[in-house]
Structures are given as C-alpha cells and as structure tokens.
Design a protein around this ligand. Structure first.
Ligand SMILES: [Zn+2]
Length: 151
C-alpha cells in the first residue's frame, strides 16, 4: 500500500516535471529574422523539409561555421560536414548545446528531429548512421543555415 502510494507520487512528480518543459519548449519558438522567406518559415516553424539537392550548401566545403538562419546561433563547424549523398547538408556532429531533440513519429517512422536550442526553429533530423563508427548524421535543411566562411 505504502509502496503503491510512493509509486503514484513518483509518477505525478515526473509528469508535473515534464509538462512545464514541453510547454516552455513550444513557447520558445519564435521568428526573430523578419526577412525569412515563406519556405524558410514553413521548414523552421511548421516542420517542413526542402527538396533534396536544392540547397547550394550541400556542396559547400570551405572552412567556417554554419549559423541558424533565424537567430544567428552558431550550430556546426565545417570540420564536421561531410558528403552523405542524401542531397541535404550533413554533419557528423553539432556544436555543444546547439540543439534540442524531440521524437517525431510522423509518416509511420520514428525519427529524432532537432531544433535550435536558442530560438526553437526546426532544422532537420539526426540519424545514427554517420560516417564514423557509431557516429551521427545531422541531416539539415540548407534553408535553415547561413554559412560564414572563416576568411
Ligand atoms: Zn536559432
């Protein structure tokens, strides 16, 4: 009896702890760049996806950093970019703390989508089939990124 009560208490503590986090996560999404195109807004705030091979960043291989097109946060270093052959800019790792992830079960697939930690904009999905053994593949919409070359 006492144990059941403690379990219930534990479950309600967990749910009351999780709910505000989800709420804050959703509330933190906001358009900061007034110059975003309709297509950029659709991807970043309505979880859309651009056509594969449509982004010129897929072939970008200069050194520099990739920033969030909405808030300007630095997300990826060019050293983690690689050619995945998928038609979207792909990275083996993100800069620490750049993203928050969420499970997406649309289209009957369970995938992990990621959002900019600073502005909440959707960027893409992360998979476990990266170039290194056990590495990640961040599959990013090019329209969500701004590349700034180092020199
Ligand atoms: Zn952002």
């Amino acid at each position: 009896m006492r144990r059941n009560f403690l379990q219930l208490l534990g479950i309600s503590l967990i749910s009351s702890f999780l709910l505000p986090i989800n709420f804050l996560f959703a509330a933190s999404k906001k358009i900061l760049n007034k110059n975003l195109s309709d297509e950029q807004k659709k991807i970043m705030f309505d979880e859309g996806t651009e056509r594969p091979f449509s982004s010129k960043l897929t072939k970008e291989n200069r050194s520099g950093f990739y920033h969030c097109a909405n808030c300007g946060a630095k997300l990826f270093a060019s050293t983690s970019k690689y050619n995945s052959g998928t038609g979207w800019p792909s990275f083996s790792e993100a800069l620490p703390g750049a993203f928050k992830t969420k499970v997406d079960s649309k289209f009957g697939m369970v995938r992990t989508e990621y959002h900019c930690a600073k502005c909440g904009a959707h960027h893409g999905h992360v998979f476990n089939d990266g170039p290194s053994n056990g590495g990640k593949r961040f599959c990013n919409n090019g329209l969500c990124l701004i590349f700034k070359p180092s020199n």
